[in-house]
Design a protein around this ligand. Structure first.
Ligand code: GUN
Length: 288
């Protein structure tokens, strides 16, 4: 059996096309253009690419993009001052502080400084709390993207066994809450989980978010399961740098019912969900 491919790139594109129309309608109704401010502190090359892509996507969707690039030596106080300014700026409806931040910066303190209503990353403890209570708030983008992929593919969630490998605050934990909200039975695994292959084999929905290259083998997957690979790592092959995920795609393709791979799966969805969150934040701040 070969798994059905769940193409995150194509889905992200169709969401972005629909969103562009929604943004145009919103602008027409309210005369307000949604705006996203992205803060990048330091010169992490991967972060520079991510931030550039986020800004470009914003403009393509008809939103305002405000980029703030700060030196690696920026102080906590300087960063706070910028966040305060953006919090008070009515043109800015969403604020994102690109991670990782330089070592002298306390990431949590900065996340807490962002107004919860403008926290399009969903990292503010208030939004994290809302999510865990099943209340309305802003939700992290990558987990939202995974849910959209599952829904678009009409993968049943209610009553299903969902296993997530990786307990990060950005992916694993919020995804567990979202799956729970849709009535899955959720198991959240990590590096100390006993007999991880056996736990993975119990999954109807298996989500890998560990950053460990190709760790999920074909023999870890229940035949017919839905597998989503959130991992983004890089390796060299024939002198070229190539993206790989947490899943051994070749092996898992032969066992799973459907697979959203890396690259080409959840990655492109993250930016689409960021745009959705920005429009949602704008709606809640402006009405319309
Ligand atoms: N760095 C890697 N992923 C993310 C993300 O989703 N949001 C932010 N702010 N930084 C990141």
């Amino acid at each position: 059996m070969t798994a059905r491919l769940l193409d995150g790139k194509a889905l992200a594109q169709s969401i972005r096309t629909r969103l562009k129309e929604e943004v145009a309608r919103f602008v027409q109704q309210t005369s307000v253009q949604p705006g996203l401010a992205v803060i990048l502190a330091g010169e992490n090359p991967a972060s520079q690419v991510y931030v550039r892509n986020k800004s470009k996507a914003c403009v393509e969707a008809g939103m305002n993009s405000f980029q703030h690039v700060l030196p690696a030596a920026v102080t906590q106080e300087e960063l706070f001052a910028l966040v305060d300014r953006l919090n008070a700026d009515p043109r800015v409806h969403g604020i994102l502080v690109q991670l990782p931040v330089p070592p002298q910066i306390n990431a949590l303190a900065v996340q807490e400084r962002v107004l919860p209503a403008k926290d399009v990353d969903g990292f503010h403890p208030l939004n994290v709390g809302y999510l865990s209570m099943g209340l309305e708030g802003l939700v992290p983008c990558t987990p939202l993207g995974v849910m959209e992929i599952l829904k678009d593919a009409q993968v049943p969630i209610l009553g299903q066994q969902a296993v997530i490998v990786g307990r990060s605050n950005i992916v694993g934990k919020p995804l567990a809450q979202l799956l729970l909200r849709e009535h899955a039975t959720v198991t959240l695994c990590h590096s100390r989980t006993r007999d991880l292959p056996a736990v993975c084999r119990s999954a109807d929905i298996l989500i890998a978010a560990t950053g460990q290259k190709k760790m999920i083998r074909g023999s870890w997957v229940k035949p017919g399961a839905a597998v989503i690979d959130v991992g983004i790592s890089f390796e060299e092959e024939n002198g070229k740098i190539k993206q790989v995920g947490d899943v051994d795609t070749g092996e898992v393709m032969e066992v799973a019912g459907c697979l959203s791979p890396s690259p080409g799966g959840p990655g492109p969805m993250t930016i689409a969900m960021l745009l959705c969150n920005t429009l949602r934040a704008a709606r809640r701040q402006v009405g319309g």
